[in-house]
Design a protein around this ligand. Structure first.
Ligand code: SAH
Ligand code: SF4
Length: 318
């Protein structure tokens, strides 16, 4: 599938026809099963200043927190008891003590026997290696946008080239890598979404998370307009066709721009992953990547999967 074909699917193909193709591909390659990842947002400390994100270092209004080892383990137990098949540990990008995180990873893997996925930003190679050794199998690091000039504008002091180097290092160390990007970023040329899809394909990512940009009031982009659910669904369907092997989440951001049916529509467009949150209640409002962030619970995930006519392995006593 070349760029011209991707552009045609993104912008000229009627949605019903696009969705039908994606559904067929999903059915053949992935079946009806939806993976459920338990997301634990263990710290909102961040040294970066991504212009779209509420956790940016310059947002002084945000109370910062880091969960203790015990709090993370308790949340992981909850997630696995309720049926999560993987624990995703996510945080802002900060100088996390690599040995502390290695110990947390090891404890989760040994106690709960589930894979651990990390999403903690750009870190030293030694730390990636240590965490791999401790049992982490996957690493999520979205490329955010394949437009290098836009990437540089949105991430002061950082380049797309560096981001991709980190993804290559992670791959080299044996991680299954996940990338992704935002749809409807201020200043984004819609045609560059085709490059996002091609980049994810070239990276041969195991996972690709595409979600709408949503403004956060305490950021420089706080008055911008959100990306649309409609465009995000088209992108998801094209991702399913262009990267048929990949696991694609129906993101929380999609559930935020369309709370009543965003994630169900995401599953129908070709997604096969949901990521309900297990961050303890008292910290949830401080993990404000964007405004009005919807909280996806395990109950919501189960309902969404059932409404979409798909299957899951969530325990019936939930
Ligand atoms: N700090 C790590 C992980 C946490 S941020 C990192 O940046 O990789 C996780 C994801 O949240 C980012 O990859 C980004 O795509 C998304 N995000 C942040 N701000 C957002 C916003 N305003 N709208 C939509 N998604 C956003
Ligand atoms: Fe920090 Fe990630 Fe937000 Fe950027 S997107 S400011 S790295 S938490």
């Amino acid at each position: 599938m070349d760029r011209a074909e991707i552009l045609d699917l993104l912008f000229a193909t009627p949605y019903a026809a696009l969705r039908e193709r994606a559904e067929k591909e999903l059915c053949q390659r992935k079946g009806s099963h939806v993976f459920v990842r338990g997301l634990i947002e263990f710290s909102n400390i961040c040294r970066r200043n991504c212009r779209y994100c509420g956790l940016r270092a310059q947002n002084r209004r945000l109370p910062r927190y880091t969960l203790s080892r015990e709090e993370i383990l308790d949340a992981s137990v909850q997630a696995v008891r309720q049926g999560a098949d993987t624990i995703v540990l996510q945080s802002g990008e900060y100088a996390v003590n690599p040995h502390w995180l290695a110990d947390v990873i090891e404890s989760i893997v040994q106690k709960l026997h589930v894979p651990v996925t990390l999403c903690v930003g750009e870190q030293p190679r030694e730390a990636y290696a240590l965490w791999k050794e401790a049992g982490a199998e996957r690493y999520l690091m979205k490329h955010e946008t394949a437009d290098a000039a836009l990437y540089a504008r949105l991430h002061p002091g950082y380049t797309l080239e560096d981001r991709l180097k980190h993804l290559h290092t992670l791959r080299e160390l044996g991680y299954e890598i996940g990338s992704g990007f935002m749809v409807g970023l201020p200043g984004q040329d819609p045609a560059s979404l085709a490059d996002d899809i091609l980049l994810a394909r070239d990276l041969r990512v195991g996972m690709c998370g595409a979600g709408p940009f949503i403004p956060q009031k305490d950021t420089p982009l706080g008055n911008s307009t959100s990306g649309s659910a409609e465009m995000t669904l088209r992108v998801l369907a094209v991702l399913r066709l262009a990267l048929p092997w990949a696991n694609l989440p129906a993101t929380t951001a999609l559930a935020t721009v369309d709370p009543s049916k965003g994630q169900k529509d995401g599953l129908l467009a070709g997604a096969n992953v949901l990521m309900p949150g297990f961050t303890p209640l008292k910290y949830q409002s401080s993990y404000c990547l964007y405004d009005h962030k919807n909280r996806v619970s395990m109950e919501c995930a189960r309902r969404t999967i059932e409404e979409a006519g798909r299957t899951h392995q969530l325990k019936p006593w939930l």
